[in-house]
Ligand binder design. Structure first.
Ligand SMILES: Cc1cc2nc3c(=O)[nH]c(=O)nc-3n(C[C@H](O)[C@H](O)[C@H](O)COP(=O)(O)OP(=O)(O)OC[C@H]3O[C@@H](n4cnc5c(N)ncnc54)[C@H](O)[C@@H]3O)c2cc1C
Length: 441
């Protein structure tokens, strides 16, 4: 016979019974619900669980595996194995959160609920949205078919295709190597060219480069959004003899004919050209997750990204909703480094709102892109909302450096697994200040 000694025990038991026996139509309730258990979701959930304790925080995340995506570039070049970027999701999510292994199918911020893929509703006091960005392979005609069937087509933007990229790189024996950058928002905007520089060096080492032409098709009008680093990259493509085709976009791939169709974005007549390829690396189109695109219009911007205040990560229209990372309309480059700074500011905002005060965060847009330019060098781009450099180290980071490659390959993964996803990393502002003797922003 069960004996209950106090009211608290009785309450806990009732909550447990309610969760266990609630049917599909019932609603489970949490103080904080985190939608998405990637970089941002884990970091915020870990902080929330520490502050609120067991039973108060749920993370809704369907994936069984959590990936450290920034290493997929090195997987594509054979430097790392994809298994080294993966951990079971259950080991990465904070221990004391409830993991709901479903996707969010629908947001209803007016009723403080989300509906899961299995139809169950979850209600919340506070919601944190961290769904990442969606990869839209179907927006390029023939791309899925080419990725699945042509051994010389790859993409570091998908874990299995990242490994395949290296196999393709090894199998390329010369001809036209094509690399693309999409005409959409993108996570880690440097990655499409990093893999190209690594491929160039790989083919040089293996005696293939002099039989190959490398063509980079990018929707952008310059090599990189920050002038200081773009200048270095312009020199690098010149040195490596890479042909850059600005303001172009991949429209279709026909792997049977081994051709790509390229759109010329500034052409008034809608010019398109078909080119032969012998190796193809695609950075696919991306967009806001469909669940956000389909959400009420007050919840998202016109492109479907979560509409948040860029300084404090609180939602622009719902004061109990917060968001970070790639699924938001925060106007900075979408990276894990940005999430590193945002998660702490977001959590401070959440705590302020819980305490009945207004958030006072002042996110500066800090983001970073370690532009790997060879198998042992990297340009460490770090910048803010206005695309002005915001560098951690007191050296010229626009220079290719071995030390920065060491950080990218060895140090950042450790920071990610041991600090960021555990909610112990709030960005490198403190290190930047110390290393600049207090003279940096
Ligand atoms: C090839 C590549 C190279 C990169 N290089 C770098 C780099 O060098 N430096 C850097 O800082 N960043 C880099 N990034 C970017 C970085 O990985 C992302 O910006 C970062 O992971 C964003 O974190 P997030 O939490 O917003 O999204 P994610 O980490 O992508 O997490 C989103 C989570 O939401 C889940 N989810 C999606 N839909 C739903 C749903 N409906 N319901 C519930 N859960 C859902 C997903 O399963 C996922 O776990 C790179 C990325 C790639 C792909």
């Amino acid at each position: 016979m069960l004996k209950l000694t106090n009211a608290r025990q009785l309450r806990t038991l009732l909550v447990q019974i309610n969760r266990k026996y609630s049917s599909k139509t019932d609603t489970a309730h949490y103080k904080v619900v985190v939608a998405g258990g990637g970089a941002g979701g884990c970091a915020v959930a870990a902080r929330a669980v520490r502050a609120l304790g067991q039973g108060n925080v749920a993370v809704i995340e369907p994936a069984k595996t959590h990936y450290y995506q920034p290493l997929w570039t090195l997987v594509g070049a054979g430097i790392k194995k994809v298994e080294q970027t993966a951990r079971p999701m259950k080991d990465v999510l904070p221990k004391n959160c409830d993991h709901l292994a479903e996707k969010v199918a629908e947001f209803d911020p007016d009723r403080n609920t989300v509906t899961l893929g299995n139809g169950k509703k979850i209600s919340y006091d506070y919601l944190v949205v961290a769904l990442g960005i969606q990869i839209d392979l179907n927006k390029v005609e023939g791309l899925v078919d080419a990725l699945n069937n042509d051994p010389l087509v790859g993409s570091i933007y998908l874990p299995d295709m990242a490994s395949k990229t290296f196999t393709a790189m090894q199998n390329f024996k010369g001809g036209n190597a094509v690399f693309t950058f999409p005409n959409t928002p993108i996570k880690c905007a440097g990655a499409p060219q990093k893999i190209m520089y690594l491929a160039d060096e790989f083919w040089r080492k293996h005696g293939v480069r002099d039989k190959a032409e490398i063509n980079y098709f990018t929707s952008l009008g310059k090599m990189f959004g920050v002038d200081k680093y773009a200048a270095t990259l312009r020199e690098i493509v010149k040195r490596k003899d890479i042909h850059v085709n600005f303001r172009t976009s991949l429209k279709a791939v026909d792997h049977r004919k081994k051709t790509v169709t390229i759109e010329y974005l500034d052409s008034e007549t809608g010019e398109e050209q078909t080119h032969k390829y012998d190796f193809l690396h695609v950075a696919p189109p991306m967009s806001a997750p469909d669940q956000l695109k389909n959400a009420p219009s007050k919840f998202v911007d016109s492109a479907g990204f979560l509409d948040v205040n860029q300084l404090n990560m609180q939602h622009s229209n719902y004061e109990n909703v917060f968001g970070l990372g790639d699924c938001t309309n925060i106007p900075t480059a979408k990276t894990a480094a940005a999430v590193g700074a945002q998660n702490k500011i977001l959590f401070n905002s959440l705590q302020s709102v819980m305490a009945g005060t207004s958030p006072n965060g002042q996110y500066d847009g800090y983001t970073a892109c370690p532009l790997v330019t060879s198998y042992n060098k990297c340009v460490m781009a770090e910048f803010d909302f206005s695309c002005m450099p915001l560098e951690t180290f007191p050296v010229n980071q626009a220079k290719e450096r071995r030390s920065m490659y060491f950080f990218k390959k060895n140090v950042f993964p450790e920071i990610y697994w041991n600090l960021l996803v555990k909610g112990h990393w709030g960005g490198n502002k403190v290190f930047r200040k110390v290393l600049h003797l207090g003279m940096s922003k």
